[in-house]
Design a protein around this ligand. Structure first.
Ligand code: ATP
Ligand code: MG
Length: 255
């Protein structure tokens, strides 16, 4: 069975794209899992890192707006088991097009992503979704599609407020869209620095430890996961531990 995971936090710069990229690359390259990484950010950050020099013929925008089959937009990456469904700047137009509930893209608007992926997800053990920072119809589509929401937390006084807002949103999707199995699957502390605020948030969140690590950021410029770029760094070890945990929980859930 395919496990579907979205990285979500309405706070910008909290580490969604970095975490989606490194989790996907580790699951694919270290654990031989077939992974589809979907870029649902109009900044297309992941597409820029993983797409390399490839020019995408189609993007998620075409899939959602112009009925292009998802399989035609998916690209290979430098990691043999990892495929990418890329984004482009026009993705934000999808939100506008869906805004009119009686318009062409308005009808069934919360289900558009789920429908578009139905035919291809069986080819993958994991689908990992990177999202943009705002509350948008696209992100509602993502929530309606995935099983697990992972929240990257960049420690600060407002971080926990963001998590609470997200919990409310997950509750609304469960209640109003009938997606009862949706859950917050975990939180990941990112960019942790040795400050009192970080220590306090860390105590409150008491979860994984994802250190601030310069190698994590440098890896993006080389188009690599941090594990390939700097395997001995703290960031690489943290994301490897996360991939193990995610894989273990999938095996466990499947009995
Ligand atoms: N553990 C880390 N150590 C060092 N730098 C990091 C770490 N995690 C993320 N970064 C850097 O922090 C910045 C923000 O991270 P990222 O782009 O992943 O956040 P985001 O939540 O996807 O942002 P947005 O909301 O804009 O989509 C990036 O420059 C990234 O390289
Ligand atoms: Mg991002």
């Amino acid at each position: 069975m395919t496990r579907r995971i979205a990285w979500l936090n309405e706070k910008g710069g909290s580490g969604k794209s970095t975490s989606a990229l490194n989790l996907s690359a580790n699951l694919a390259s270290q654990f031989g899992q077939r992974v589809l990484l979907i870029d649902v950010g109009h900044q297309a950050n992941i597409s820029a890192v993983l797409g390399g020099d490839q020019v995408a013929k189609h993007t998620l925008t075409d899939v959602l707006m112009h009925d292009v089959p998802a399989g035609e937009a998916i690209l290979p990456t430098r990691y043999p088991n990892l495929h990418l469904l890329p984004a482009d700047a026009a993705l934000s137009e999808v939100n506008v097009a869906m805004a009119d509930s009686a318009g062409r893209l308005g009808i069934g608007r919360e289900l558009r992503l789920k429908r578009a992926l139905q035919g291809i997800e069986r080819d993958y053990e994991f689908v990992v979704v990177d999202t943009g920072p705002q509350r948008t119809l696209l992100n509602v589509n993502v929530l309606n599609y995935v099983d697990d929401v992972f929240v990257p937390i960049d420690p600060g006084y407002w971080s926990l407020l963001g998590v609470k807002r997200l919990e409310e949103l997950v509750g609304q999707i469960r209640e109003h869209l009938g997606h009862q199995t949706l859950r917050i699957g975990g939180v990941l502390l990112t960019k942790v620095q040795p400050t009192n605020v970080a220590r306090q948030v860390e105590r409150q969140v008491r979860e994984y430890f994802g250190p601030l690590n310069v190698k994590v950021e440098e890896a993006h410029s080389r188009g690599l996961s941090v594990l390939d770029y700097a395997p001995e760094s703290a960031g690489a070890k943290a994301y490897l531990a996360l991939a193990k945990e995610v894989l273990f929980s999938k095996t466990h859930d499947n009995g």
